[in-house]
Design a protein around this ligand. Structure first.
Ligand code: NAD
Ligand code: TYD
Length: 367
């Protein structure tokens, strides 16, 4: 039996991880520590709340005293560190929170872990798993090989630079103090509970509400997409079987240009509306409600400053050493995601209040 501290468990990937872990490892205890920033959402954890193996604590990862007391009282042997500021556009307009949470926060957490696990005479088995991103490797050109674990770090945005800094700190705490760490660097995730500021959920809610679907630049930028359930399963494999001190890339082997993704989503929404009469009544502002193509909403907008052109992950290490491969391809993952958004309108409506909408629109105007 293990006792996990999951930081950022009320966010997108963290919440998926918590549900996955409680299902797959029912004898374990899961304590979530989350500051509930704009991206943290207790509604994403609602179905875990009656489970005696689960506890939620609202708090900041920079609060070393709080973290220290949780490690002690809950006899934590595994930290799974998701908490971060995660949106590139926000890192461009307001980098400070990214430095604070991603770098200072990871440092504070490492210090609390070091003091708790390595402070006594004999260190027992423990694990600090750090969840990171492929964006630390920078941007690829069309002919470049995909990122491996040996690709040199070249972060380009305040977000990726702050994640790169946190990766280096985690590595240093292993090398210098012997903290038992692993790190995973994953490609772009999508799926249930993703905050509708990221590409895929934003496009779905805008399509349903008949709002413009803003594609940056010419829409040719490429990302490598992984369904979130595959990511959390990959993290489980790294925690259980990964070698201490090592890093593992996780990716979907699904490279797609943004405009292709948005066009695919539009076609899929048109088909779903055509097959289900009830949707026109629920979403009267959607073009698909009146038989107009959803793609009429696609709007090319000013590009993101410093926009990385292409990310692609070479996930052959985790595949060869730990037996990981994604269970969902991009088509089935997108279908699941649209279906989840349609079935969970209350979840995203609660986020899309007027202040959020005007914040998003303001961002495009400022460029
Ligand atoms: P998210 O923005 O949806 O969630 C982040 C969570 O962290 C929120 O619940 C927030 O309240 C919490 N948080 C923020 N600051 C905190 C603090 N100081 N103390 C405690 N909690 C705090 O992020 P996500 O998309 O779920 O990403 C999770 C992790 O995975 C991040 O570390 C991110 O860098 C990494 N990652 C994300 C992706 C992706 O596509 N989303 C891909 C690869 C890696
Ligand atoms: P995003 O979901 O923000 O993830 P990241 O920047 O971490 O890769 O964006 C994914 C891609 O989609 C990225 O190339 C930027 C682009 N994008 C748009 O074209 N329009 C949008 O409204 C958003 C949010 C992103």
């Amino acid at each position: 039996m293990s006792s996990l501290l999951v930081t950022g468990g009320a966010g997108f990937i963290g919440a998926n991880f918590v549900h996955y872990w409680l299902r797959q490892h029912p004898d374990d205890r899961v304590v979530v520590l989350d500051a509930l920033t704009y991206a943290g959402n207790l509604a994403s954890l609602a179905s875990a709340s009656g489970n005696p193996a689960y506890r939620f604590v609202q708090g900041d990862i920079r609060d070393t005293t709080l973290v220290g007391s949780l490690l002690e009282k809950e006899a934590i042997d595994t930290i799974v560190h998701f908490a971060a500021e995660s949106h590139v556009d926000r890192s461009i307009s307001s980098p400070d929170a990214f430095i604070q949470t991603n770098m200072v926060g990871t440092y504070s957490l490492l210090e609390a872990a070091r003091s708790h696990w390595l402070g006594g005479t004999a260190a027992g088995e423990h694990r600090f798993h750090h969840v990171s991103t492929d964006e630390v490797y920078g941007a690829l050109g069309v002919e470049d090989p995909a990122f491996t674990e040996h690709t040199a770090y070249a972060p380009n945005s305040p977000y990726s630079a702050s994640k790169a800094g946190s990766d280096h700190l985690v590595r240093a705490y292993h090398h210098t103090y012997g903290l038992q760490v692993t790190t995973s660097n994953c490609s772009n995730n999508y799926g249930p509970y993703q905050f509708p500021e990221k590409l895929i959920p934003l496009m779905i809610v805008n399509a349903l509400d008949g709002k413009p679907m803003p594609v940056y630049g010419d829409g040719s930028n490429i990302r490598d997409w992984l369904y979130v359930e595959d990511h959390v399963r990959g993290i489980d494999m790294v925690i259980k079987q990964g070698a201490v001190g090592e890093t593992y890339n996780i990716g979907g082997n699904e490279e797609h240009a943004n405009l292709d993704i948005v066009s695919r989503l539009c076609a899929s929404i048109d088909e779903i509306f055509a097959a289900d009469d009830g949707l026109a009544g629920r979403f009267p502002h959607a073009p698909a409600a009146s038989g107009t193509a959803t793609s009429s909403l696609i709007t090319l907008v000013k590009d993101r400053p410093g926009h990385d052109w292409r990310y692609a992950v070479d996930a052959s290490r985790i595949q060869a050493e730990l037996g990981f491969s994604p269970a969902h391809d991009f088509n089935s993952g997108l279908r699941n995601t649209v279906a989840w958004m349609l079935a969970n309108e209350d979840w995203w409506r609660a986020i899309l209040d007027d202040s959020y909408r005007s914040w998003i629109e303001d961002q495009y105007e400022k460029r």
